[in-house]
Design a protein around this ligand. Structure first.
Ligand SMILES: *Cc1c(COP(=O)(O)O)cnc(C)c1O
Length: 608
């Protein structure tokens, strides 16, 4: 066995480490890791380090996870790799199906790293416009301080000066719009108000430049490489509306935030749609073949306040009707928010085969409603629709109408449905009003979603881009050049896909999203003393991410903090003056207490 020093000399001579000035390795050698165990990294001498940043945000369920190991070992005995052009295999098909069900998008295209996913999404978007007869739509917008990877195409939409400036001559110009990073709000301004102010700047840019813009690429809710900058989901809701209105693709780069990091499976789920008829929209592409093209493009410019009022009405109307349906004897038991993929039904009575839907009025999309009603009718279900204001203003008449409908002669029921048919997934939805993945994906639906990092639980390089039926259809035809012209040798690698499938199994079986909700609250409590430390500013938290800025940090802070934490058995890498914690989901409260103690000791040391 190589001694520690021997290995460090060899790594310096043979390995060019990423994001590293190699000369600095003389003074600060990298940590040699021999083994891993859960949330812990173990060096050749058996010293243990808590992997507080999930090995660059990729690890979800710990190192050497027995279930992921077993899946890969099983796959090794079958086929390790086969090219995906002209061949296919079960792991890639199954993974594509499951990712589609989770995201409400489909047609998974695979790459190996996050950056390659960005490249794929950018190329697909521009190629879509070219295939649609609008080749001049080929420019991209991203957020100030955004990060989307470091290959030349991805770097051109990344806005981190340290990574970008040196290579500027190689890059294609892209435009950065103001970041909704809530730290930048004016005193007294809420995060939401600031986010909406930034959305106005996005709108101003789109109003001028939509004709030449292919897509807006964004890290939903958290700009990771910018230093875990967090922002209000209203920005995403508004960005979705604006992209629809101006016919620009929305690319959600969920490479870092996907797979539960922000508390929902995907961050986009937290961006609520302002309109009731849009709420279930995310799920429609999953199986029902939606055209989804520019959902809001027919709507007049609506103010955010108006949209909010509609949402409030929807909630109030739903609660009011629910109270009546429960308390009145209609001779029929309704369930609220009944999942029936790809839809979620507002109210459903199995015995009467009846669905009641509430709509907001101005936002209602009659074409989509019609398709949805047809879909329900095919399943022998009758749909009653009421406006929210009808319920709010005259609930009695609404109940009378329901009563009358219930007492019409019943029609035959061609497709008996079990209440949980496909819909009762292991992912509980967030609250009464939101819908869990698989039950019609809640939140906004981007035109492209980029996934990587956590997708394999941190085991193997894999990335995927999923998109809408509309985008897919624009590539479908006889001409080869109309098809998507892109490939990587290891596209859809079976071992990586099996690791990803094992990860999805763990999410389902262990109800990870729900378990993390409790963990997230507990860990925040554990970190309360850190949050209150006099050097700490902007302590922030979302899901399984915590971050804060150190007020008086001087140059070299990040390195000093890293070294000091390492000496205390914690592996962390602050970004500038931002310290963040992004632990594997298997981290225990005890691990977290140890981590909090280590961070406090670092903060207490004025020399760091
Ligand atoms: C890490 C990251 C990427 C790039 O992924 P790589 O696998 O490092 O190429 C892209 N976008 C975001 C948001 C990331 O955090």
């Amino acid at each position: 066995m190589a001694t520690d020093n021997d290995l460090l000399n060899r790594t310096r001579a043979a390995v060019w480490h990423p994001c590293t000035q190699m000369k600095q390795l003389e003074a600060a050698p990298p940590l040699a890791i021999a083994r891993g165990e859960g949330a812990w990294l173990i060096d050749p001498d058996g010293r243990r380090y808590l992997d507080a940043i999930s090995s660059w945000w990729v690890n979800l369920f710990g190192h050497c996870n027995p279930r992921i190991n077993a899946a890969i070992i099983d796959q090794l005995g079958k086929i390790e790799h086969v090219m995906l052009a002209g061949a296919t295999h079960v792991p890639v098909v199954e993974l594509s199906e499951r990712l589609a069900a989770l995201t409400g998008l489909g047609h998974a295209f695979y790459g190996s790293d996050g950056a390659s996913a960005t490249e794929i999404a950018l190329k697909m978007s521009a190629h879509y416009w070219r295939n649609s007869g609008r080749p001049e739509k080929n420019c991209f917008i991203s957020l100030k301080n955004g990060y989307h990877g470091e290959t030349v195409g991805a770097l051109s939409v990344t806005d981190i000066p340290l990574f970008k400036d040196t290579y500027a001559p190689l890059l294609r110009h892209s435009v950065q719009v103001p970041t909704p990073d809530s730290r930048l709000a004016e005193p007294g301004e809420t995060a939401e108000a600031y986010a909406l102010r930034c959305a106005n700047a996005l709108e101003a840019h789109l109003a001028e430049n939509a004709a030449t813009t292919a897509a807006f690429i964004v890290e939903p809710l958290v700009q990771g490489a910018a230093g875990m900058a967090m922002y209000h989901p209203a920005y995403l809701t508004r960005a979705r509306e604006l992209c629809d209105r101006y016919q620009v693709h929305l690319i959600a780069d969920e490479i870092a935030v996907g797979f539960g990091r922000t508390g929902t499976m995907f961050a986009c789920e937290q961006a609520l749609l302002p309109s009731p008829s849009g709420r279930g929209a995310g799920g429609e592409g999953a199986g029902a073949g939606s055209d989804n093209a520019w959902r809001f493009s027919n709507h007049p410019a609506e103010s955010i306040e108006f949209a909010r009022q509609l949402r409030r009405n929807q909630t109030e109307a739903e609660s009011l009707l629910w109270r009546h349906l429960r308390n009145r004897n209609l001779g029929c038991k309704f369930r609220r928010q009944h999942p029936m993929p790809p839809y979620t039904l507002d109210f459903f009575c199995q015995d009467a085969a009846m669905v009641i839907e509430l709509d907001g009025g101005q936002h209602a999309d009659s074409e989509r409603d019609r398709r949805r009603d047809e879909w329900l009718a095919e399943r022998g279900l009758r749909v009653l629709r009421f406006w929210n204001h009808e319920v709010l203003q005259d609930a009695e008449s609404v109940l009378q109408a329901i009563w009358n409908a219930l007492h019409e002669p019943a029609r035959p029921h061609p497709h008996p449905l079990s209440p949980g048919e496909r819909g009762d997934t292991a992912f509980p939805s967030q609250g009464a009003g939101s819908r869990g993945p698989g039950a019609g994906v809640p939140g906004i639906r981007p035109d492209f979603i980029c996934l990587s990092k956590g997708i394999t639980g941190g085991y193997l390089p894999l990335s995927a881009v999923l998109t809408t039926d509309d985008v897919y259809a624009a590539f479908y035809g006889d001409a080869t050049a109309r098809g998507f012209l892109h490939s990587h040798s290891y596209t859809g690698n079976p071992l990586a896909c099996r690791a990803a499938l094992a990860v999805l199994d763990i999410f389902e079986h262990d109800q990870v999203i729900a378990a993390n909700r409790a963990k997230s609250i507990e860990f925040t409590r554990v970190l309360a003393e850190v949050a209150a430390h006099p050097r700490v500013r902007h302590f922030r938290h979302l899901g399984m991410i915590w971050a804060f800025d150190v007020a008086d940090a001087t140059p070299g802070f990040s390195t000093r903090f890293h070294r000091a934490a390492l000496a205390l058995g914690v592996f962390m890498r602050p970004v500038g003056n931002t310290v963040y914690v992004m632990p594997p989901y298997v981290t225990s409260a005890d691990d977290m207490r140890g981590l909090a103690g280590a961070m406090l000791r670092c903060l207490d040391n004025p020399a760091i």
